[in-house]
Design a protein around this ligand. Structure first.
Ligand SMILES: *Cc1c(COP(=O)(O)O)cnc(C)c1O
Length: 369
């Protein structure tokens, strides 16, 4: 068996991605779908995922940086790309050369965009996110500056702070932001008749057709992760990423033996211990030690001891017949069971977004479907 398996890889199911794109396009109704592929498509690989998303019906791409947009253009993606993050010095000229659209929220930005030769801007309103975006009292100044600059205004946008809280105490604020933005956008439509109005992230797209406006901007749900910290299938989503490694060593240890750095786990009985060459250097977080399970031989086994940079250890149980070379699923399906990004996120005290983004460059992406 030795040498027949890869140390670790992230399997990216492009058929599942395409199905999620179609699911979101359907939820968006007549609104266009922008596939948000920032941060290397949330760890899934932005170039292949962008091609699949466009083929499956997405009409535009969203990224955070100009470098991310350049990578997509270099690979032949000629659809509209919106850079949603702030630009620094040299990025203004590069944004123009790349033919991307950018986001503007200060009165200086439209003129700077026009001077740099940038194709178009989207005016971002802060309707309650409290992050990028013009505050309500500054919107008139931003609009005056945009008209005076002569730059094309291709969008009027905002971003929701609590769309992911479908049933909880923050769900009312989503509605409040939606009402505020709807009124603000309606008041600006006459000034910028060519602008597309857009606000919805994945959560808003799935929970409220009334938030779709002219375009939706979906990231996490494309990748089959629930924007509601829920089971993905509840919203008709199929997880795209799996992380698979293998048993590199199996040995018997005795009762009261300790395992790993800091001796954070000791056996209560003799058992078979498995070593998996996957660690926090690959994005399998250290705080999953003694706090997670992996799938081996079609069953769940606990991760025991500390997770190291390059290795983790599992308790296969005294009766285990698992052999060196057996596949180990840290994220994804084996047999009838599945470990989701939502499960790992709950164990790590974070959100599913961080789980897939964390899978490091040492883990090759293998595209299937
Ligand atoms: C990341 C991002 C999105 C996508 O959000 P998801 O929750 O992943 O769907 C949409 N809009 C903006 C401005 C973003 O930064």
């Amino acid at each position: 068996m030795i040498g027949t398996v890869e140390r670790a890889h992230a399997r990216i199911d492009l058929a599942a991605l395409a199905a999620n794109v179609r699911r979101l396009a359907q939820a968006a109704g007549t609104a266009r779908l922008m596939a948000v592929v920032k941060a290397d498509a949330y760890g899934h690989g932005s170039v292949p995922c962008s091609h699949v998303a466009i083929t499956a019906g997405a009409r535009a791409l969203g990224v955070h940086t100009v470098a991310e947009a350049e990578q997509l253009r270099d690979d032949g993606l000629h659809v509209p790309i919106l850079v949603m993050g702030p630009l620094t010095g040299a990025e203004w000229a590069r944004a123009a050369a790349t033919g991307v659209e950018i986001v503007a929220w200060t009165p200086e930005a439209p003129a700077a965009a026009a001077a740099a030769g940038i194709r178009a801007v989207h005016l971002e309103l802060d309707s309650g996110m409290g992050r990028l975006g013009a505050r309500p009292e500054d919107v008139a100044g931003l609009c005056d500056a945009a008209r005076a600059s002569g730059v094309a205004v291709a969008g009027i946008m905002t971003h929701f702070a609590t769309a992911d809280d479908r049933e909880g105490e923050q769900s009312g604020f989503f509605r409040e932001q939606l009402v505020r933005f709807r009124a603000a956008a309606a008041a600006l439509r006459d000034q910028f008749p060519d602008a597309e109005v857009h606000a919805a992230n994945s959560a808003a797209t799935l929970r409220d057709p009334g938030a779709a406006f002219d375009m939706v901007r979906c990231g996490i749900a494309l990748y089959g992760c629930s924007p509601f910290h829920d089971a993905p299938e509840r919203d008709g989503l199929s997880p795209v990423m799996s992380v698979v490694s293998y048993l590199a060593m199996v040995k018997t240890i005795r009762s009261r033996d300790s395992v790993g750095y800091g001796r954070t786990w000791r056996t209560e009985r003799g058992t078979r211990l498995g070593l998996v060459p996957l660690g926090y250097g690959d994005g399998y977080a250290r705080n999953l030690g003694n706090n997670a399970e992996v799938l081996v031989g079609g069953r769940r086994v606990p991760v025991v001891g500390a997770v190291s940079m390059d290795q983790l250890t599992v308790d296969l149980g005294p009766e285990s017949a698992d052999a060196v070379g057996a596949p180990v699923v840290a994220l994804g399906v084996q047999g009838a069971d599945r470990i989701t990004a939502e499960e790992l996120a709950a164990r790590r005290g974070t959100i599913n977004y961080e789980i897939t983004c964390a899978v490091g460059p040492r883990v090759p992406r293998v595209y299937v479907g």
